[in-house]
Design a protein around this ligand. Structure first.
Ligand code: PMT
Length: 395
């Protein structure tokens, strides 16, 4: 995704400017050509030399440097850019961009570029919450600028509030998603489910499984990176929220079913990666169940089978977590649930299935074609599923 892309990284004058060094380094390591433009104030927080060393590229700090390779054609970078990302974006630069002011190399580049522009605001909480800043951000959002929202936490002023620069991973994932807008799934809406549902027994206990959400989140990110509009319906997990997609949080199988029905009202594909509980307690105790007896018998009833019950004209991909007869059992589920494809997931080894970073799967499509994949990272598995999905769409 990032390889050979030209990323213009704009750095403005805020205390978070030093964090842009990490982003410049990671983007460069991922194979991108990173051209840094610093505002004059940014150079007071961090030296241009840091970025020159991290990116191996000249750093632009002024429009008037006659010996810069970009000085003659002041919009050269605007034309070369696949994306312009401003990290951090101060209230001042946001206001300038919203107002069309182009009085330095960075704002000139933003005004002149046809590439997408991403802003990662970071500032004092009062400046961020000020209606002027909020109006400027709303204006930019409406014009198609991507905004990576700042985080809540301790700010340089000592105050606690919204205004901290988002984590590097979140900003990089935002850059990836913006770059993916013209990918081979551009314009497709894909609903992905992830995580293990929780079926409550009483106010503090539930029945669940070991699904970490890693597989489902990887599928959602892979779809997003290829330009799909993604709705992720997720059971509780402890992963960071991916950005660039709609996220719907649910807890139980019934809640997931309702969310999936709503999300698939106008979708092109549903990918059910979630480990949905097959049974739920018949009754949920209003108060915490007391330890008064030597044994406790729970009556469980079936949960709705979401894949079978959700109707509509879209592609359906299911997963099947299997510990025996993996391919045969998965094939039966493909037929029973009338799927276009099923991902048979071997959960017999410790490096595959629930709560690990890698997975070993077999892709089975409705024509009976079987593709055995080797042990891959969950992200690699997700990319292979996307490859299949594109073929299914083409068919
Ligand atoms: O989250 P991770 O830790 O990364 O683990 C990933 C995973 C192992 C959970 C994932 O790769 C996986 O295999 N998910 C499906 C697990 C599962 O519950 O399979 P199943 O055979 O019970 O269900 C078959 C299909 O029907 C699944 O697509 C499931 O989402 C769907 N289903 C199941 C039950 C139900 N009530 N409604 C459903 O729609």
């Amino acid at each position: 995704m990032l390889e050979n892309k030209t990323i213009v990284l704009g750095i403005t004058g805020g205390i978070a400017a030093y964090k842009a060094a990490d982003i410049a380094s990671k983007l460069t390591q991922a194979g991108a050509r990173v051209d840094v433009i610093m505002t004059e104030s940014a150079t007071r927080f961090i030296a241009p030399l840091t970025f020159r060393n991290l990116t191996g590229r000249p750093v632009i700090t002024s429009m008037w440097e006659l010996n810069s390779e970009f000085s003659v054609e002041h919009i050269a970078l605007a034309e070369a850019a696949d994306i312009v990302a401003i990290v951090p974006a101060t209230a001042n630069v946001i206001a300038k961009i919203a107002g069309g002011i182009a009085d330095d190399m960075l704002t000139c580049t933003v005004l002149a570029t046809l590439a997408p522009v991403l802003l990662a605001p970071a500032m004092n909480v009062n400046m961020f919450e000020n209606s002027v800043t909020q109006d400027n951000l709303a204006k930019l959002r409406a014009r198609g600028f991507a905004i990576v929202e700042p985080a809540y936490g301790r700010l340089a002023s000592g105050k606690i509030g919204l205004g901290r620069l988002a984590e590097s991973e979140i900003i990089i994932s935002g850059i990836r998603q913006v770059l993916g807008r013209s990918g081979d799934l551009a314009g497709k809406h894909i609903v992905v489910t992830a995580g293990g549902t929780q079926e409550p027994l009483d106010p503090v206990r539930h029945i669940s499984n070991r699904s970490s959400g890693k597989m489902g989140y990887s599928v959602a990110e892979a779809a997003c990176d290829r330009g799909a509009i993604v709705t992720l319906v997720t059971a509780p997990v402890s992963l960071p929220e991916p950005i660039g997609m709609e996220i719907i949080h649910v807890r139980t199988a019934n809640e997931m079913k309702d969310a999936v029905i709503k999300a698939t009202a106008s979708t092109d594909a549903l990918i059910m990666t979630a480990a949905v509980a097959d049974y739920q307690p018949k009754d949920i105790a209003v108060n915490k169940i007391k330890k008064t007896t030597d044994s406790l018998i729970l009556e469980l009833i079936k949960t709705p089978d979401i894949l079978s019950e959700v109707k509509g004209n879209f592609l359906r991909i299911g997963f099947a977590a299997e510990s025996e007869n993996v391919v045969d059992n998965a094939r039966q589920k493909l037929v029973k649930k009338q799927l276009d494809m099923i991902v048979a997931n071997d959960i017999t080894s410790t490096d595959s299935g629930f709560d690990v970073d890698t997975n070993r799967v077999t892709l089975i499509d409705h024509d009976g074609k079987v593709e055995n994949l080797p042990l891959l990272t969950k992200r690699e598995v997700a990319d292979r599923i996307m490859g299949k999905l594109i073929k299914l769409f083409a068919r």
